[in-house]
Ligand binder design. Sequence first.
Ligand SMILES: C[S@@+](CC[C@H](N)C(=O)[O-])C[C@H]1O[C@@H](n2cnc3c(N)ncnc32)[C@H](O)[C@@H]1O
Length: 309
Amino acid sequence: MNTETTESSLPRTINEASELYRTRIRIGYTKTCDCPPNHLNCMTAKEWVKSQVGVRQFSYEGRDIRDKNLHPATFPISLARRMIELFTHVGELVVDPFVGSGTTLVAAQDLNRNAVGFDLQEAYIKLCQERLSSNNFFNQAQQLAIQDDALHIDHYLEPETVKLIWTSPPYANLLNRKRKNKSRRGVERKNEQFGKVEQYSQDPRDLGTMPLEEYATAMGDIYERLLPLLQPKGHCVINVPDMWWENERITIHVALIEELRKRGYELRNTIIWDRTNIVNGIGIFGWPSNYITMGTTFEYLLDFWRPPD
Ligand SMILES: C[S@@+](CC[C@H](N)C(=O)[O-])C[C@H]1O[C@@H](n2cnc3c(N)ncnc32)[C@H](O)[C@@H]1O
């Protein structure tokens, strides 16, 4: 099916039962600001200088979803906002292939950017909808949440319309086990997450069910199909940590860099998300003989782009 829909007829969410399922959507993607054509974003020189720092902290705010029962793994709105400000102008189009609770869409709404997010789970798409319903007055762009496998995003969008692909994907199957809360101290260890499996679903399409190698290939397949949608020199930023599994460091970021390079992306920057301001009550690891850094204290923001033609 390839019928076009008009902007006014589009609901904010599209689910698998909808008649709009897997059709091209019409959504704005050109900048509406009057920045010069060679500018990457709307930042002033002063703001640009601040953004050059490669290690950054971000804080959660009142509107952030911190309730693990609603969604187990959200990033802060302030982080999504910073990525969108860095790599887009007002009016341009952002895609989040693994949108979860819709944090990217909320940030896009704040910043007047068009955005589309995808997720397998109907409950998360509904959560996106709820969060978007408090639309701000200045938002003239559109933000949509679509229930579908990220593998099918190319059915919905025209080539070379996307300015930024930004997401935090599942971390292979590393969360698909009962939580032992080893990183927590004292009473914190037996908190309400203890013993729970904080995985999004057991759907075989869910990247959070896959062992690392299979996961890297599945991510490669998704991102290969996303590449033609991206404008040349458009950025693609992926937020991932590395993790410990049975005393072995699982380097998810290395697997993704290698895979995306194979699929035509070029790595531009590695930014470190310093999380020391949001983790507390850390347990002791490895002392006195086995040095182990706390994985929860930082994550990678891997910044790729589609190389210029
Ligand atoms: C780390 S979460 C994203 C959280 C999001 N950044 C937020 O702040 O809420 C990853 C999401 O990917 C979704 N997911 C897993 N496999 C998928 C697939 N093949 N296609 C689309 N979404 C998928 C999961 O349901 C989950 O919500």
